[in-house]
Design a protein around this ligand. Structure first.
Ligand code: NAP
Length: 317
């Protein structure tokens, strides 16, 4: 069985940054970039983002796909090896760790960087996925996409009733003419302070007991077909954008029982400002451990930290 010095699992900003740092430190990293599925492809969530305007160093912005291709190429430039498969099973009970990939490959690893990210939850209704992938005004991240010119002065919808939805909706009041908050119940889940802020906003309109049944529009979103959960009544509203804010799921299913996870499934990091997990030699970076910032730049930063910690761990144990 092959024994690797460092294996990086995941290929978003955290994974590629860890690989770049590890490769430049001559650790000869092996990256499992993921096999790809309907909701997650190698490159991670940025592969679903049309324009990245808040990553420093790109004054004119950059496409999400282009950015992740550049990250990948930068890692390859330093001879990072890449396997287009998932890691499906890990055994962290002793070192070297044992890993098994979706292609059936078994290997040993001295250190592991977990960078498998999180998936935004989607509604799964007709029109949603198509218009999200084509940049047609459907997004799961207002902070990433909301400032784009085509949302300015528009009526936009934000779906969800938690803190994320309130935050995204309040953020969108800066650009939109009106924000429709679509929630499936008549009571918000969000914290009191976020509720108060949202309810006080003159630009927000709450559509209670409402679920989205279909996202309308060919190339660009034009409206939503809504159903009232109490009366069953259906109606259409015109919108120029929809932001889905119904939570995220970290990609940690394959780690259960092997590593300490938080109640919400994210990897727990026991020491502040460190990416080490409760298993010595296993580090976590990016959205797989971050349920708070969830930004490309913060993910890249923690990827760098994880590689440096792995390097020091290998040198000093
Ligand atoms: P969340 O608290 O789980 O809320 C998800 C919301 O989406 C709920 O209102 C839920 O409705 C709704 N929802 C879920 N599935 C749905 C579906 N299929 N269709 C329609 N609606 C659906 O998630 P979150 O808002 O992302 O927050 C996650 C955690 O991060 C929370 O602990 C939150 O406090 C924290 N957070 C904090 C801040 C902040 O403090 N600034 C900002 C963002 C997030 P129901 O209410 O009916 O279940």
């Amino acid at each position: 069985m092959n024994k690797e010095t460092i294996v990086v699992i995941g290929s978003g900003p955290a994974g590629w940054t860890a690989a770049i740092y590890a490769a430049r430190a001559n650790l000869n990293p092996l990256v499992f970039e993921g096999a790809g599925s309907r909701t997650m492809i190698p490159g991670g969530q940025l592969m679903f983002t049309t324009d990245v305007e808040n990553y420093p160093g790109f004054p004119d912005g950059i496409g999400g796909i282009e950015m992740m291709t550049d990250f990948r190429n930068q890692a390859l430039r330093f001879d990072t090896r890449v396997v287009t498969e998932d890691i499906e099973e890990v055994d962290f009970s002793s070192r070297p760790f044992r890993l098994r990939s979706s292609g059936g490959q078994e290997l040993l690893a001295e250190t592991v960087v977990l960078a498998t990210g999180a998936n935004a939850r989607w509604l799964g209704v007709p029109g949603e996925e198509r218009l999200a992938q084509s940049g047609g005004g459907v997004s799961a991240c207002a902070v990433c996409d909301g400032a784009l010119p085509h949302f300015r002065g528009q009526v936009v919808a934000v779906v969800g009733g938690g803190d994320s939805a309130m935050e995204e909706a309040l953020y969108m009041t800066k650009f939109a003419s009106e924000v429709l908050l679509v929630h499936r119940r008549d009571e918000l889940r969000a914290s009191q302070i976020m509720q108060e802020r949202a309810l006080a906003s003159e630009k927000m309109t709450f559509l209670w007991n409402s679920v989205v049944e279909e996202v309308l529009g060919d190339d660009v979103i034009t409206g939503l077909r809504l159903r009232d959960t109490v009366t069953g009544e259906r109606r259409e509203v015109e919108v120029g954008g929809m932001f889905v804010a119904i939570g995220h799921d970290p990609n940690t299913g394959f780690l259960r029982g092997q590593i300490d996870l938080k109640d919400n499934g994210y990897v727990r990091l026991p020491t502040p400002w460190r990416t080490e997990t409760n298993v010595p030699g296993v580090f976590a970076a990016g959205d797989v451990m971050d349920d708070y910032y969830r930004q490309a730049v913060s993910a890249a930063g923690t990827g760098c930290m994880a590689a440096l910690e792995a390097e020091r761990f290998l040198a000093h144990g």
